[in-house]
Design a protein around this ligand. Structure first.
Ligand code: FAD
Length: 320
């Protein structure tokens, strides 16, 4: 029997996913499942109560130093908890901040660390991991060499939990070090429509879309499908039309439907969409790589195909 599986993320929805995947791992390791909440204020108590439904125990530590996103402070706190609980498997959501914390934590604990895990399975006492490598060109299957270990798990790699465990919240007090960073201000990102990671449908545009105004078509299509609009990296980074993009270096998404409009399907883009349930591509080039990763595609000019699709959907909804 191994020590507990300990899950932490700075994001509640991702912590829930870790509990979803952690449940199966705890069972396979014949161990327990604990969630860790590190909060800057008392408001986290209700969050901890909610999480307790899906864990054997939720450990709650509150200290205003956790209001500052300093990865060394978080790593130190998780190390203390991991040590006192005898945790063997530490699951951290692989966000930008989470990866930083995971790396620091494994260095402090002198244990292995694997980031960007897209699958984690415990089989016959072995911990088998899949990770995307070489800029998304390949998937590496690896075995975690020893326990304890720290795994940074990609968002959406695990499903949210299904079986209730109805654990309890336990308050823990920790010696939290002074942050080395000073938080000057926090600004919310402007979001139109659902967040990309949560959207069930994404209509995404690439360099085939010539002008910013032409994205209105994609926005209309997304609205009709009840989804969000995304884009490839050059649209956000070079043209500055959107604050974020989809792909290896951007958002990794897992919608039920991903519509790639005027996107060539470069490997770095595909790395961010490969877990979509259905991929539909609209591209005028019949050799475009996106077609080979699509479930359905239309070879045609997006300026004809998108208005026709909008028209057809409106007719179906009785709006035309
Ligand atoms: P293009 O490759 O120029 O493709 C445009 C497509 O539109 C073409 O296939 C063309 O046939 C089609 N088209 C043109 N006109 C029409 C029309 N009228 N109707 C229909 N189709 C039309 N990219 C990402 O997207 N996400 C990432 O996370 C990412 N990370 C990267 C990380 C690194 C380290 C590097 C080096 C690159 C990264 N890139 C990323 C960039 C990536 O390599 C590609 O350059 C980029 O994805 C191409 O964007 P695109 O498909 O929009 O443009």
């Amino acid at each position: 029997m191994a020590g507990p599986v300990l899950a932490w993320s700075e994001k509640k929805d991702l912590l829930l996913e870790l509990l979803g995947g952690g449940a199966g791992l705890a069972e396979a390791l014949r161990s327990s499942l604990k969630a860790l909440v590190l909060a800057g204020g008392p408001e986290a108590a209700s969050e901890a109560e909610e999480l307790a439904k899906w864990a054997d125990e939720v450990l709650l530590a509150t200290d205003e130093k956790f209001s500052v996103p300093d990865s060394s402070v978080f790593a130190s706190a998780i190390q203390d908890v991991a040590r006192s609980e005898g945790a063997d498997l530490i699951l951290i959501a692989s966000t930008r901040f989470g990866r930083e914390v995971a790396a620091r934590l494994s260095a402090k604990m002198r244990v292995p660390c694997m980031t960007g895990c897209t699958s984690v399975k415990a089989e016959g006492g072995r911990l088998l991991i899949e990770r995307t490598v070489y800029a998304g060109r390949a998937i590496a299957r690896q075995e975690c060499p020893s326990l304890p270990c720290v795994l940074a798990v990609a968002p959406r790699a695990f499903e949210k939990p299904a079986a209730e465990r109805n654990g309890k919240v336990r308050t823990v007090s920790l010696e939290v070090p002074e942050p080395k960073l000073k938080l000057l201000s926090v600004r919310e990102k402007e979001l139109k429509g659902p967040r990309l990671e949560e959207a069930e449908v994404i209509v995404s545009g690439g360099r085939g879309v010539e002008k910013r105004e032409d994205f209105a078509m994609l926005e209309e299509l997304a609205k009709l499908l009840g989804g969000a609009v995304g884009c490839s990296r050059p649209i956000a980074e070079d043209r500055g039309w959107f604050p974020e993009w989809i792909g290896l270096s951007g958002r990794k998404v897992k919608p039920k439907l991903y519509v790639a409009v005027g996107i060539s399907g470069a490997i770095q883009h595909v790395a961010g969409i490969r877990d979509s349930k259905v991929i539909v591509a609209i591209n005028k080039d019949e050799e475009a790589p996106i077609l080979s990763v699509s479930d359905y595609y239309v070879v045609g000019d997006l300026y004809q195909v998108i208005p026709a699709l909008i028209e057809a959907l409106k007719r179906r909804k009785g709006q035309a």
